[in-house]
Structures are given as structure tokens and as C-alpha cells.
Design a protein around this ligand. Structure first.
Ligand code: NAD
Length: 253
């Protein structure tokens, strides 16, 4: 799919993966909406990148907020690419604490709400709008790329909420692609390993020293642009549909 003349939506577009993806999409000719809670970062990035980019303050846990971000994208051109790469808090807690107390079901549901339910919200709303686009070659109308994690396959201790949510994003992929096949909208998912982004809340040197050695090859954390290049390739390559691509330097948790 050729991106020139189309618009794109990146939820979490002011974050680590999000910013790198916005930059790649703009370079490929798309006009991009950064949909993020983080106003300062989102505005600064939009300002830096100029007319091709708009920041729309967005909370992906709210229907009206996602609708407004999608509407802003369609004003910039037909929405053909959506990348759901927002983050959110996940509480690192064992299912049963050392004192024998069960982990809060409310916190579990909140994590699933942001990582899985909000991804479904963004995906379904974006796909509905894309399904009304003029078709391109081979009846293609657009693509939605979600973001899972290798923790969706092999969660670590204390990650039941996050792993369940990411496993849900993985499970959604093929079924959604099948549902949407008649509309010409593709659904893809990226499952990253360990990438240095602001989510780690430490500087890169410290993070690389802590997490890099656990990655077989290359022996380092991933760079956000390695995610972004994959997202761009997925957007441009019409034959990628209904699958999850791991990008993890062969890491298994
Ligand atoms: N960095 C990694 O190693 C890694 C690995 C696997 C998966 N992931 C996944 O990639 C995604 C992005 O991660 P990142 O490392 O870029 O994180 P990040 O913290 O750098 O960026 C996340 C962005 O999401 C935004 N956000 C948070 N809540 C939001 C909401 N309710 N509505 C809209 N925006 C919201 C934040 O403001 C932030 O800009 C997450 O889903 C994360 O689980 C990251």
C-alpha cells in the first residue's frame, strides 16, 4: 500500500515506539495524527515535524476520545494506517502475595482495559472508517497494526495482568483479519521483546546494562526505530495479514 496522500493514526504516538513510528510514516508520505495522553511531548513532536502531523490529546480508554482522533485523521486524508502502540501502567505483582493475599482483580481488569480492550476499541473504530475508503489495488482499504509483547507468549513472574492482556491482543489478530477480510482492511500485530524506550524510566546506558545481556543476538535492547521500520513495512506490504511478528533478537523470557 502506497502511503502518500493518506492519513495515519498512531495511538501512543508521543511514546518511544510511537514517536519512531510517526517519523517513519511521515517520511513515507503519510499525514499523521499523534493520539496520546501526553500533551507536552505530543505537541512538541507535532511542532517539530510540521504540517504533516497533528497532535490530538487522546485517552484510548474512552470512546469519544478515540472517535475524535480518528475524525482528525480523516480530515487530513483517507485513513489507511492505524498503529495502536499506546502504553499504560501494569502492576508488577504476583497473583498471590507472600502474605497469602490475592492480587486485585480490579487492577487486573484495568491493565486489560488499557492494553487489550482499548486496542480493540482503536482497531474496530479505525477499521470501520477504513472500510468506507476507496479501494486501492487488490481491493485494499487499510491496515491496523496492534502491539503485543513477547510477554503475551511467555510472561514473567508478576505479569499475569500484562501477559493476559498481550495474549489477548495476539489472539485477536487472526480472528479480526478474518472478520475484516471482506472490507479489504488488514490486521497485523507486532510482538516486541525488550526495547529501550521512556517506559523503562532510566537512561539508556543503565537500561542496556541491565536488559541487554539477556538478549541472544544482537546482545542489546532493541531500538524503537527497529519497531517503526517493521510497522512501516507491514503498512506497505499488502500480503502481510492476520499474523503476529515477533521482533526480539531471539529472546525468550
Ligand atoms: N519497550 C518495550 O520493551 C516493549 C516491549 C514489548 C511491548 N511493548 C509495548 O509497546 C507499547 C508502547 O510501549 P513504549 O515502550 O513505547 O512505551 P512509552 O511509555 O514510551 O509510550 C507509551 C505512550 O502511551 C501513552 N499512553 C498511556 N496511556 C494512554 C492512554 N490512556 N491513551 C493514550 N495514550 C496513552 C503514553 O503517554 C506514552 O506516550 C506498549 O503497549 C508496550 O506494552 C513495549
Amino acid at each position: 500500500m502506497q502511503l502518500t496522500g493518506s492519513s495515519a493514526l498512531v495511538t501512543g504516538g508521543a511514546g518511544g515506539f510511537g514517536e519512531a513510528t510517526v517519523r517513519r510514516l511521515v517520511e513515507a508520505g503519510a499525514r499523521v495524527v499523534i493520539a496520546d495522553l501526553a500533551e507536552d511531548k505530543g505537541k512538541a513532536l507535532a511542532e517539530e515535524l510540521g504540517d504533516a502531523v497533528t497532535f490530538v490529546p487522546t485517552d484510548v480508554t474512552k470512546d469519544e476520545s478515540v472517535d475524535a482522533a480518528i475524525a482528525a485523521a480523516t480530515e487530513m486524508g483517507p485513513l489507511r494506517t492505524t498503529v495502536a502502540v499506546h502504553g499504560g501502567p501494569a502492576a508488577a505483582r504476583r497473583m498471590v502475595s507472600r502474605d497469602g493475599e490475592p492480587y486485585s482483580t480490579d487492577i487486573f481488569a484495568k491493565t486489560v482495559g488499557i492494553f487489550l480492550t482499548a486496542t480493540y476499541r482503536v482497531m474496530s473504530k479505525a477499521a470501520a472508517v477504513m472500510s468506507k475508503n476507496e479501494p486501492l489495488e487488490s481491493n485494499q482499504r487499510g491496515v491496523v497494526i496492534s502491539t503485543a509483547s513477547i510477554a503475551g507468549y511467555e510472561g514473567q513472574v508478576g505479569q499475569t495482568d500484562y501477559s493476559a492482556a498481550k495474549g489477548g491482543v495476539i489472539g485477536l489478530t487472526l480472528t479480526a483479519a478474518r472478520d475484516l477480510a471482506p472490507t479489504g482492511v488488514r490486521i497485523m500485530c507486532i510482538a516486541p521483546g525488550t526495547f529501550f524506550t521512556p517506559a523503562y524510566r532510566m537512561n539508556e546506558e543503565e537500561a542496556q546494562a541491565k536488559w541487554g545481556p539477556g538478549v541472544p543476538n544482537p546482545k542489546r535492547m532493541g531500538h524503537a526505530d527497529e519497531y517503526a521500520r517493521l510497522a512501516l513495512h507491514i503498512a506497505e506490504n499488502d500480503y502481510l495479514n492476520g499474523t503476529v511478528i515477533r521482533i526480539d533478537g531471539a529472546q525468550r523470557f
